[in-house]
Design a binder for this molecule. Sequence first.
Ligand code: PLP
Length: 431
Amino acid sequence: MDRTQSARWFARAERVILGGVNSPSRSFKSVGGGTPVVMARGQGARIWDVDGNEYIDYLAAYGPLVLGHAHPKVMAALREATYDGILYGTPTRWEVEFAERLQAAIPDLERIRFVNSGTEAVMTTIRIARAVTGRNKVIKFAGCYHGHSDAMLVAAGSGPSSVGVPDSAGVTPGTAHDVVTVPYNDLDALRAALAVHGEDTACVLVEPIVGNFGIVAPASPTYLRDVIDLAHRAGALVIFDEVITAFRFHYGTAAQMYGVHADLYALGKIIGGGLPIGAYGGRRDVMEQVSPLGPVYQAGTMAGNPASMRTGMACLEVLAEPGIYERMDALGRRLAEGIRQLADTYGEAVTINRVGGALTVFFGSHAVRNYADAQATDGVRFARFFHALLDRGVCIAPSKYEAWFVSAAHTEADVDQTLAAVEGAFKAMAA
Ligand code: PLP
């Protein structure tokens, strides 16, 4: 595959854009190097690079593109939004209608605020939880990603009673001191952490179905309920980070799939239909702590911008059509089963975690239920697989910790073509 133009553009990028990328996950650092592919165009389940090479896309821009690229209804909404001007800095009917639609789908969102990213959404929910409880500490789960606010760039301490350590330069020990990290899918660890820090804990924050160390679902159907009960018994609020999960697996949240209720939710990605967005919301009494009604400050010049409201609305309208999630689930199953069979044929040890149309192929034979399990999978083999797939026209995220996202635009033929590429990759890896 000739990627000469891509390499040229990336060399130019490196001279002006820090590291050549606007988000570090786009670099190829986690897959043993190589030059990130510079993309030019997307349509449906396909993207094309600047050299004109075509790829079946499972990156889906890290999640938002649940309808694939350039869905006609989303593109029409975007065009229409531009006819009316772009930004007013006032309330608009678009944000009202969109908030109503979100609330109708997710009744737990008794009040909603729109922001511009998932990072902002999570950051604000933590601030609210601290204000409501008068406590400082946050308990989160190792390997979950909640955006790049200071407190969320804190790694695990060494045991349940220890507090975190900064995971990024520039995060103060004071910030890290307020964050406690426990393994996902381990109630005893959460219990132990709450036994030590319960009285200081403002909130327990979780990705209800994890998307950030690969797709990892609760190991037991009652896990999330137990997390919520433990947190509430300690007087802490529960925040579900549904930035990836909301509208990914069904028309609503992961909380609804498990029949549970968080106090606050952070949303993003899919709800913008591909434009920048974040949102947070939840219990009315808790949300009313936010300015202008309450003492917690949060604001945004671009918040609720009409274009994001209108593309988000169009995206949700399409997602509400019957059968769409069933199709993505069936395609996800076909893909996962196909990869499983090919792995067996070529003697490749893989563990595939899948929920609906989202899946992760881990290189290793052990079950992956928490971050430590994911870390123990083979990153070198994943890197070979990643490059072999890219060279065969299949685009997935350049990290063993990410998901493949099947979109509503993928077809059985796309999946079968993907499986042929996977077979080629496994063959090359076996050679
Ligand atoms: N929360 C989760 C679960 C995410 O996966 C992400 C981004 O990947 C974020 C929050 C941050 O969202 P954003 O990149 O829009 O700031």
